[in-house]
Design a protein. Sequence first.
Length: 149
Amino acid sequence: MINPFDDIYFMKRALQEAQLAFDKNEVPIGAVIVMNNQVIARAHNLTETLNDVTAHAEMQAFTAASDFLGGKYLKECTLYVTLEPCQMCAGASYWTQIGKIVYGASEKKRGFLALKTTLHPKTKVLGGILEEESASLLKRFFIEKRNLN
């Protein structure tokens, strides 16, 4: 039987969150957390809105998912995020014990892979899902930012 709720389906939900960030003049990164094929948390960058450098999409999603579940561990959950998590978000994912991380575009300079950040040993990682769409939104955002300055 075909599962309509696959990695592409959920990454599209994360891209919707990234578009919301773009519309708010935030760096367009979106995230959703899924458990049993159900989105239990959705978030996007709010660093400018909240004037908080820790208000990354992943961090917002971790908080919302933990609140939804009534606990801090996300072992049975998958994080879908449009950009490879940074060191801070990867570190937070370690503490949540998230079961799986699926990301869109790679972050070659500040991503957790380049910085060799340790994830929880049981966390599975899959990258490159809707990579072009994720990267395109980020590129468009920064091109528009440069043209305004």
